[in-house]
Design a protein around this ligand. Structure first.
Ligand code: NAD
Length: 488
């Protein structure tokens, strides 16, 4: 049954209200959520503000002692039950996400939503394997424990909504923390479905709360709240700077996963066809990927051949409806995003860049896969994140120049190296400033590994033990030798 608080998207009924303390909560106002698939209005979503933020943190605070005291095995069982719920509704989640953010349905089905379930399973299992280290100092026992920290605020972007939300929600819940999740206003829907799934899996009321709303209206009340013990944010650098300033008064610990301007270094000894495939992959999700290697750095001696093969391969990419299995590149998410992308390209061309491929808008929210060359290292198009299907190509001679160009931005999220030489790979990767470096591959991520960025690409690392390190208060308890009697 549809009422004024639910919408139906791709046949799936979704509650548009917040989820606070185990109940649906409406706001006086709503904000519109449009689909990038056809530009149509999906519905009005509860527009939270300070009152909803406070209610959600209060609910998370009230639920914390009970959840923190819940045995690990029981927490892990509930996380696995959430994963079961995700798997059961996988097709619905995939459909809704595609309608909400425009990314490919086949990627959501095959890669993203299975990964969402895996996020819960992985952190449930990792929790059970988490050791309590004990060691001795002059007969004293040091007992190191991972104590739950408290209510966490988790703020996420629109480019991979449920994947990025659960990458934070799952370890926070595993750690014994309670959560207030604030999804992005351009893609709010799957977070609401996650609340249903978590409740269905038996997660106690108040352990997971979802507050909808515009970051500018609801964000500050969440990030400056005195009862919040951790803030994990994925999004842009300017928002991170505002959040860090807002959290500063309370010194609330932050984990920040931010933007990038990552390089793909193609050496003359690389398998050029592989390098071309790696380069073309950077158009995935219409380039709206933080990790995207948008700067192609190609050794001078193979640049012409690389460009020839790349343009031939990119010409075969199919742009179209993200629900269509044949589509390689869907729309960008929002009219403001296309404007932004086009602005970058226009300014680059104005500054002397040459368009090798694309360089223009398509219909509606589409932007043509673009390759620009003749770009200066200090130009905006080389230095700033576009977050669209726009790559630049620069050439280099030798490893020193390659590394120097690769490291010469304010970011340091990722880097990819294509080379046929193991020794070169070792030398070059050791010199790259990046949280993740891939050699002859891209986007392979193991949840046991640390993930994060250097410089303006982020603060801190999450993944495996690093997530528990962030979401827990790690404590060392030192006990005197000789048992429990008086010191004598
Ligand atoms: P954004 O910074 O505009 O918004 C991200 C989130 O912050 C949204 O939920 C938004 O509502 C919220 N927000 C906005 N203002 C706020 C405030 N004052 N206080 C609290 N919250 C506020 O980013 P976006 O446009 O949604 O996402 C794109 C950016 O995210 C890109 O820069 C991209 O590189 C980055 N990103 C990084 C990673 C990573 O893992 N490093 C992954 C995906 C995306």
């Amino acid at each position: 049954m549809t009422n004024r608080h639910t919408i139906t998207v791709a046949g799936v009924e979704i509650d548009t209200r917040h989820w606070i303390g185990g109940e649906r909560v409406a706001s006086a106002g709503t904000f519109p959520d449009h689909s990038p698939v056809d530009g149509g209005l999906l519905g009005g979503i509860a527009r939270g503000g300070a009152a909803e933020a406070q209610a959600a943190v209060a609910a998370a605070k009230a639920a914390f002692p009970g959840w923190a005291a819940t045995p690990r095995a029981e927490r892990a069982r509930i996380l696995h039950a959430i994963a079961d719920g995700v798997e059961k509704r996988l097709e619905e989640l995939a459909q809704v996400e595609t309608h909400d953010n425009g990314a490919l349905l086949r990627s959501h089905r095959r890669g993203v939503m299975p990964r969402v379930a895996h996020n819960f399973r992985f952190f449930a299992d990792h929790l059970l394997a988490l050791g309590h280290e004990d060691f001795e100092t002059r007969g004293h026992t040091n007992h190191v424990s991972w104590d739950p920290a408290g209510p966490c605020v988790l703020i996420t972007p629109w480019n991979a909504p449920l994947m990025l939300a659960t990458w934070k929600v799952a370890p926070a819940l595993a750690a014994g923390d309670t959560v207030v999740l604030k999804p992005a206003e351009w893609s709010p829907l799957t977070a609401s479905l996650l609340a249903d799934i978590a409740a269905g899996a038996g997660l106690p009321a108040g352990v997971l709360n979802v507050v909808q709303g515009l970051g500018s209206e609801v964000g500050d009340a969440l990030t400056s709240h005195p009862d919040v013990r951790r803030i994990s944010f994925t999004g842009s650098v300017p928002t991170a700077q505002r959040i860090a300033a807002s959290a500063a008064a309370r010194l609330t610990p932050l984990s920040l996963e931010l933007g990038g301007k990552s390089p793909l270094l193609v050496f003359a000894d690389a398998d050029l066809d592989l390098a071309v495939e790696l380069a073309v992959e950077q158009y995935d999700n219409a380039g709206q990927v933080c990790l995207a290697a948008t700067r192609l750095l190609v050794e001078e001696s193979v640049a012409e051949e690389f460009t020839r093969r790349f343009t031939a391969r990119a010409a075969r990419l199919v742009q179209g409806d993200p629900r269509d299995a044949a589509t390689d590149i869907g729309p960008t998410i929002h009219p403001r995003q296309v404007e932004r992308i086009d602005g970058f390209v226009r300014r680059a061309v104005g500054a002397g860049a040459r368009v090798v491929l694309g360089g223009h808008r398509g219909d509606g929210l589409f932007y043509a896969p673009t390759l620009l060359t003749d770009v200066a290292q200090d130009s905006e198009i080389v230095q700033e994140e576009v977050f669209g299907p726009v790559l630049t190509l620069q050439t280099f001679t030798g490893e020193d120049e390659a590394v120097s160009l690769a490291n010469d931005t304010r970011f340091g999220l990722a880097a990819t190296v294509a080379t046929g030489s193991h020794e070169r790979a070792e030398r070059v990767t050791a010199r790259l400033v990046a949280g993740t470096v891939w050699v002859n591959c891209f986007f392979v991520r193991d949840l046991r590994a640390p993930f994060g960025g250097a410089r303006h690409s982020g603060v801190g690392r999450e993944g495996g033990d690093w997530s528990f390190d962030f979401y827990c208060d790690v404590k060392n308890t030192v006990t005197a030798p000789g048992g429990w009697g008086s010191r004598g």
